[in-house]
Design a protein around this ligand. Structure first.
Ligand code: PLP
Length: 408
């Protein structure tokens, strides 16, 4: 008898976005004329930048000639891309990261999901609430949690992100081994300052813990005083892994490319307390289970760092940030409290006592606007909704007009 992985039985039945899709589909069926505007799932809407497309085409053309054709590439990514990442994303910001510490992948979802398999099953994990659901669910699948009860899995240290702490996770009172952090945050849109991140780095160094730092939205940081990478913090390369993605930075959600930085100084420990190179473990894992990202996609990603690419990508991000400003102004005018939206494409709106699904249904039914109910990101998200700035200017303006009308 083939038996199922019992950990999967602990997972909550439906994934947030399929729940939303079902409600939206039902609404559309009952209201066939409604022009629904989606500010829910965080997917980009604008085309790839011209410099990226040109490089992508060129990469495809190279695959059409025997002389330039590429077969299997290096599992860790081509040197041309890893070099650009190291120079532009890290060294230019004073972070001492080299190309061979960068592992190119098909996106941050897989990497944030897969990374936990390098650790023992009985480590203590600390996860913010609300949170990008992948961190929690993959630890559930791996058997690192207990059952789900009262909105939470047993054996996870949840870090409540509330209005009272400006939606920033606080260092847990009990000892933890693996800490998930995400800034700019999905879903709350908040950012950590250098001193806030430094406190986490100190904690990890003192406790032989490790930080998994998800920086998928770093491109949206406008405030120059905020860190874009955890490696801008002294000593972080000993205790932190960083995940990045071209998805939101450069519109690659459908193209698929990202990378993970695993510094060579980073260690985990054997049962006897001897240090083991984390870089070596991830290298072993990736070369066993992953065969690299397609060559044209890596050429396209490389173009993100060309002078034209950088300008075009900046414009792309700026246009989403302008959308975020419009959304922030609207919710402010309507008298709602909110977080995010300044250095982030997400606006985390306080429902003023409404439950998040109730607020979701209200916006869908009265304004034909789709948001994301905060409760889908964790128990602490229940009183909030997340509005995403990823849409066209026209749609954002129209959605805001409709919301004003619906809630006035
Ligand atoms: N990390 C966070 C916080 C995200 O919100 C997302 C996507 O929405 C990802 C990672 C996944 O990004 P990718 O498209 O690179 O898999």
């Amino acid at each position: 008898m083939i038996r199922a992985n019992e950990n999967y039985q602990k997972l909550q039945a439906s994934y947030l976005f399929s729940d939303i899709a079902q409600r939206v589909a039902l609404f559309q069926k009952n209201n066939p004329d409604a022009q629904i505007i989606r500010l829910g799932i965080g997917d980009v809407t604008q085309a790839l930048a011209p410099a990226v497309i040109a490089a992508f085409h060129k990469g495809v053309d190279e695959m059409a000639e025997d002389a330039t054709f590429k077969g299997y590439g290096p599992e860790q990514g081509y040197g041309f891309l890893r070099e650009k990442i190291a120079v532009h994303d890290y060294q230019a910001r004073g972070a001492d990261i080299s190309a061979d510490e960068i592992f190119v992948s098909d996106g941050a979802k897989c990497d944030t999901a897969n990374f936990q398999e390098l650790f023992a099953r009985d480590i203590k994990i600390a996860i913010p609430d609300p949170v990008y659901p992948v961190y929690v669910d993959t630890n559930v699948m791996a058997g690192r949690t207990g059952v789900f009860k009262d909105g939470r899995y047993r054996n996870v240290v949840y870090m409540d992100c509330l209005k009272e702490n400006s939606f920033l996770p606080q260092i847990p009172k009990e000892p933890v081994d693996l800490i998930y952090l995400c800034f700019p945050n999905n879903p709350t849109g908040t950012c950590a300052t250098k001193s806030e991140l430094a406190a986490w780095v100190d904690y990890a160094r003192q406790n032989k813990a490790l930080i998994l730092f998800d920086a998928a939205y770093e491109a949206f940081i406008r405030d120059e005083t905020l860190p874009r990478s955890i490696y801008e913090i002294e000593g972080a390369a000993k205790v932190a892994v960083e995940f990045r993605s071209f998805s939101k930075t450069a519109g690659f959600t459908g193209t698929r490319c990202g990378f993970t930085v695993v510094p060579k100084d980073c260690s985990v420990f054997s049962d006897k307390g001897e240090p083991i190179s984390l870089h070596g473990l991830w290298h072993r894992r990736q070369s066993t289970k992953f065969n690299g990202v397609s060559y044209p996609v890596q050429k396209a990603a490389e173009a993100v760092y060309s002078p034209e690419g950088r300008t075009q990508i900046k414009e792309l991000v700026a246009s989403y940030l302008d959308n975020a400003d419009i959304i922030c102004r609207t919710v402010e005018d309507l008298g709602f409290g909110y977080a995010g939206g300044k250095n982030s494409p997400y606006i985390w709106v306080d429902g003023q006592g409404r439950d998040s699904w109730e607020f979701f249904d209200l916006l869908l039914n009265r304004a034909s606007v789709v948001c994301t109910p905060g409760g889908g990101f964790g128990r602490c998200g229940n009183p909030y909704i997340r509005i995403s700035a990823f849409n066209s200017r026209n749609n954002v303006n129209l959605a805001m007009e409709r919301i004003k009308e619906a809630l006035k």
